[in-house]
Design a binder for this molecule. Structure first.
Ligand code: PEP
Length: 263
């Protein structure tokens, strides 16, 4: 472990395109109940859920007054305008979001989002008072051709080169190897630590060690209640961005509890 002081732990649930408003509110209420039942754990880990847009308001009501935070899965860089089908930062803030995912691999690789688009969305989130959770990660082909470090440095630099240290400190990074997302193939703790060190070193270089050192860097990719503790045992891993396993409250809370219990 390279750092003595741990940063705040953070566990985020990306519900992707799952759960209607009623289903989402029910799942959120279960998460709130589990957090309330584990008060000691809940004080040691920040928890957030990222429902699909139509469920945001219902989930906001379900988590009101709890410590669970609300995030959206995407935003448009502009605050308003003729962008049919898009949703802006001010709209997300107005329904209670304080966080937003940017650059998730399903958007980079499925919807053609470039580094420049991810950078623009990150700036927009900060402008609109939302904390961006900036997702980066290599594909299997990039890993197999030993380009992981190059890809991570490029993706991180593209976003952070345009930000001040204060802006950067208001963001979170999620290392999400594309080959591990939704595949059941979790990165080994060693692979995650190596990637997190590359990301942290790049942040230190681009935004300065003070801001870079304070930011949470999460791991995402097939995290579940069985493998979370081994990842969180390393102080480089500040928490997790969880997809599939966040759709069941008990399983999601097992991951949060593992983060809370990490040394
Ligand atoms: C994700 O969607 O960000 C993710 C990590 O998914 P999963 O946990 O299902 O791999």
């Amino acid at each position: 472990m390279s750092r003595v002081t741990r940063r705040p732990r953070f566990v985020a649930g990306n519900w992707k395109m799952h759960r209607t408003p009623a289903e989402g509110a029910a799942l959120a209420r279960e998460c709130v109940a589990l957090a309330a039942a584990d008060a000691a754990g809940a004080t040691r880990v920040q928890v957030a859920v990222f429902p699909p847009f139509p469920a945001l308001s219902a989930v906001a009501s379900a988590i009101a007054g709890s410590g669970v935070r609300l995030g959206a899965q995407n935003l448009h860089p502009e605050p308003q305008g003729a962008f049919t089908g898009e949703v802006s930062g001010p709209m997300l803030a107005a329904v209670g979001c304080s966080l937003v995912l940017v650059g998730h691999s399903e958007r980079r690789h499925g919807m053609g989002e470039t580094d420049a688009v991810v950078a623009a969305k990150t700036r927009a989130a900060l402008r609109d008072g939302l904390t961006p959770v900036v997702c980066v990660g290599e594909t299997l082909a990039e890993r197999e051709s030993e380009r992981t470090a190059e890809v991570l440095v490029r993706q991180v630099t593209a976003v952070y080169a345009g930000l001040s240290a204060a802006q950067a400190a208001d963001t979170v990074v999620a290392y999400e190897p594309v080959w591990a997302i939704g595949t059941g193939k979790v990165a080994s703790p060693e692979q995650a630590v190596e990637a997190h060190r590359i990301i942290r070193a790049t942040l230190d270089q681009v935004v300065g060690a003070e801001a870079g050192g304070s930011m949470a860097v999460l791991y995402g990719g097939s995290v579940n209640g069985d493998n979370a503790a081994a990842l969180f045992a390393h102080s480089e891993v500040d928490g997790a961005l969880v997809g599939g396993a966040s759709l069941q409250a008990a399983g999601f809370w097992r991951i949060a509890a593992a983060a809370a219990a990490a040394p």
